[in-house]
Design a protein around this ligand. Structure first.
Ligand code: ADP
Length: 264
């Protein structure tokens, strides 16, 4: 729509009933996308109208994790998002030919995000989840400009180093005056398949550390909303496009993620 005025972002309008959550992490590989997809699927299974924006330019794994290779279609001048498991999804990967690596810079990403939020026909959503690239990149600032009332959900692992970077990522919210809704600790131990022991593969305490650190820096209570154990079924669910909250809701990871979804 070159030359035309930018459409307004409906979620930023006063009186918007859609809760917007940015799922953020300090670094990649901590399970941010897995958490996003499972929260979305869990909320949709509970009857909420849910959308996901996959803005993780490095990962853009959300469609695969939701089991869709659907393409967006164009109706009039709106983009219709494909949906899977009752979740509407739009991904940066849907607009890169042959899944070419994305080498976009800040302004292009801002523009893409603006379009994902304003030009996609989302309908009346209860919840919109944004899977952000890891780190404290420009995109977090863009989101804050485009949807000032978006709340931030921080994902970390129990590892101290991961916790420190997650805390730094979260404290961006102080600059942008956004609310941090809570912290989720992922890969929080591996239940031994042979006994009752929990093996702390990635150490322990990271989630609590981030929640306390962010409570200090923001001056507002930031709760640790849940601890998701390492669970083969979660990884398999992601690979097979059937989120564990649907394929095995009572598994340790499924139970933990459904509890976070209810707390949001
Ligand atoms: P990120 O979005 O932070 O880069 P992903 O969600 O892509 O991370 O997760 C990275 C890998 O780790 C994926 O293969 C995913 O299936 C796996 N994974 C994430 N969380 C868990 C968990 N709790 N148990 C087992 N595997 C997990």
């Amino acid at each position: 729509r070159g030359g035309q005025a930018e459409r307004e972002v409906p979620f930023a309008q006063p009186g918007s009933l859609t809760r917007v959550y940015c799922v953020a992490s300090g670094k990649g590989g901590v399970g941010k996308s897995s958490v996003t997809v499972n929260l979305a699927a869990s909320m949709a299974a509970d009857g909420l109208k849910v959308g996901v924006v996959d803005a993780d330019i490095y990962g853009h794994s959300v469609p695969r994790m939701l089991g869709t290779d659907g393409r967006p279609t164009q109706v009039e001048n709106m983009i219709m998002p494909p949906s899977a498991h009752g979740v509407k999804v739009i991904s940066i990967g849907m607009f890169t030919p042959g899944n070419a690596p994305v080498v976009w810079r800040g302004p292009m990403l801002h523009r893409a995000l603006q379009q994902f939020l304003a030009d996609v026909y989302w309908g009346d959503l209860d919840v919109l989840l944004l899977d952000l690239p890891p780190g404290t990149g420009d995109i977090a600032i863009s989101v804050a400009q485009l949807v000032p009332n978006a709340e931030i959900l921080v994902v970390t692992t129990p590892q101290q180093a991961a916790a420190e970077v997650a805390e730094r990522a979260g404290s961006i919210a102080v600059q942008t005056h956004q609310k941090i809704v809570g912290v989720v600790e992922n890969m929080a131990g591996l239940p031994c398949p042979h006994c009752d022991e929990m093996v702390d593969v990635f150490g322990s305490g990271g989630g609590k550390q981030v929640a306390e650190g962010l409570t200090r820096t923001t001056g507002a209570e930031v709760p640790l909303l849940g601890q998701i154990p390492i669970d083969v079924r979660l990884r398999e669910g992601g690979d097979e496009g059937k989120p564990v909250v649907l394929s095995d809701p009572d598994s340790p990871a499924g139970t933990a993620i459904r509890a976070v979804a209810s707390a949001l």
